[in-house]
Design a protein around this ligand. Structure first.
Ligand SMILES: NC(=O)c1ccc[n+]([C@@H]2O[C@H](COP(=O)([O-])OP(=O)(O)OC[C@H]3O[C@@H](n4cnc5c(N)ncnc54)[C@H](O)[C@@H]3O)[C@@H](O)[C@H]2O)c1
Length: 252
């Protein structure tokens, strides 16, 4: 795809930051939309992008961020959503009883409803674009997780939220096919982002050694490279790509 306007939700850190860096380096005009103003502002100065504070669960702030990115010449063509949170806790246990419902509502609201909110508003904006030289109006990339398939003990909330993202990928691509808009999802395995940086070095190395090949944690730029490839490869549509070095997570 020729360079165009791209927005990255959750682009202030980790995988979203890598996607934003990759898109900016490839010449796209990037807007980063994230809750974290401090990190977002520092990054946009470095890579020459715009920053807008946005909460993926909030209709008005997502609408405003998309409108700002879409005001560029040619409209908004690329939307990547990496905003997400982790959640842990057994669904029920003898010691603690049933897990609080609020934990599920929180994770599903950010990871799944937030994804739907971003996708629907980005698609609405892209529908108004003139088709590009390939006949395409835009591409949306969601972020799930391999926990959608092999969630571990304590991951029901997280796995349910990411399983929803996996499930909506094909029907969303079908919905938007008549408008020449593609929808793809990346399901990362274990990546070395600030999320995992909280663990001691030893624990991170041990986690990486469980990956069949290469036996290490994923590098955020490998996620960014896949996002960029999806933007460029028009045959990728309605699919979820596991990016995990053949890792299948054990129960714990
Ligand atoms: N790191 C991994 O190993 C891994 C593996 C599988 C899936 N994922 C998924 O990838 C995505 C990115 O993870 P990461 O490791 O880069 O995490 P991260 O914490 O480094 O980055 C997440 C970003 O999302 C932003 N964010 C959180 N809630 C938001 C909201 N409501 N609105 C807008 N922005 C919000 C945060 O401010 C942060 O900048 C998440 O969806 C995560 O579930 C990560």
């Amino acid at each position: 795809m020729k360079s165009s306007s791209a927005i990255v939700f959750g682009g202030a850190s980790g995988l979203g930051e890598a996607a934003a860096r990759g898109l900016a380096a490839a010449g796209h005009k990037v807007t980063i939309a994230d809750l974290n103003e401090e990190k977002g502002a520092a990054l946009v100065t470095e890579i020459g992008a715009d920053f807008l504070k946005a909460d993926v669960t909030d209709e008005e702030s997502v609408r405003a961020a998309i409108a700002s990115a879409a005001s560029a010449e040619g409209g908004l063509r690329v939307c990547v959503n990496c905003a997400g949170v982790g959640a842990a806790g057994r669904i029920a246990s003898a010691k603690h009883g049933a897990a609080p419902l609020e934990g599920y509502q929180w994770a599903i609201n950010i990871n799944l409803i937030g994804t739907i909110n971003v996708l629907r508003l980005a698609a609405e904006s892209m529908i108004g674009n003139e088709p590009d030289e390939r006949g395409e109006r835009g591409v949306c990339i969601n972020t799930a997780s391999i926990a959608a398939y092999d969630g571990q003990i304590g991951q029901t909330a997280y796995a349910a939220s990411k399983g929803g993202v996996v499930g909506l990928t094909l029907p969303a691509a079908r919905d938007l096919s008549r408008d020449a808009i593609r929808v793809m999802t990346i399901a990362p395995g274990l990546f070395d982002t600030p999320l995992l940086a909280l663990l001691p070095e030893e624990a991170r190395t041990a986690l990486g050694e469980n990956v069949p090949y290469p036996p290490r944690l994923g590098r955020p730029e490998e996620f960014g490279a896949l996002a960029l490839h999806i933007v460029d490869n028009q045959m990728l549509n309605g699919e979820v790509i596991r990016l995990d070095g053949a890792l299948r997570m054990a129960p714990k």
